[in-house]
Write a protein that binds this ligand. Structure first.
Ligand code: AMP
Length: 180
């Protein structure tokens, strides 16, 4: 894929991200990726572009973060020949899990992964739609490491740079397609 083709994909994706003000609460501008997901050509080309970053990187698993991360992680996993692994909110995964609890603005949240989802030494990519404060992605990195996995890269469709999530993740490789 040429640089020109990549730039075209990024500009196509940008046009398909919808700002929804005051969702889910006043003051938040929600980055809605649904118009992007419903555009077959742009969604497909984006997955191809993202997959091209991981050729010859020996990635075993692509972890998607509930819920919109699943939608990007699953086709990416298929495209690069890796397995798909969900990280979910507490109480949703059926088999034996390990957990991580992390701080939110008010209170805490707990995420879980199946204990057999990543094997020791496997290279893993962690995927979500939006990087905000970085707390969620960092928690998923911790889950991955607890299982002995290697975080090859954190991959975000959108990065909200003003929230400085990247600083919280400076121990990791981080790639985002679009920055605001
Ligand atoms: P954080 O842990 O602060 O990086 O928050 C990341 C999670 O919240 C991701 O799963 C995002 O999908 C979601 N999120 C945070 N802010 C936004 C936003 N402005 N628009 C859409 N999703 C968001």
């Amino acid at each position: 894929m040429t640089e020109l083709e990549k730039e075209k994909i990024i500009s196509d994706v940008k046009k398909l991200i919808r700002d929804v003000p005051d969702f889910p609460k006043p003051g938040i501008i929600f980055k809605d990726i649904m118009p992007f997901l419903s555009d077959n050509r742009t969604f497909k080309n984006t997955i191809k572009y993202l997959a091209s970053r991981y050729k010859d990187k020996n990635i075993s698993k692509v972890i998607g973060i509930e819920a919109r991360g699943f939608i990007i992680a699953a086709p990416l996993a298929l495209e690069i020949g890796a397995g798909f692994v969900p990280v979910r909110k507490k109480g949703k995964l059926p088999y034996k899990t390990i957990s991580v609890t992390y701080d939110l603005e008010y209170g805490t949240d707990t995420l879980q992964i199946h204990e057999d989802a990543v094997k020791k030494g496997e290279n893993v990519i962690i995927v979500d739609d939006v990087l905000a404060t970085g707390g969620t992605a960092k928690a998923v990195c911790e889950l991955t490491k607890k299982l002995g996995g290697n975080v090859s890269e954190i991959l975000m469709l959108i990065e909200l740079e003003f929230l400085k999530g990247r600083e919280k993740l400076k121990d990791y490789e981080l790639f985002s397609l679009i920055k605001y």
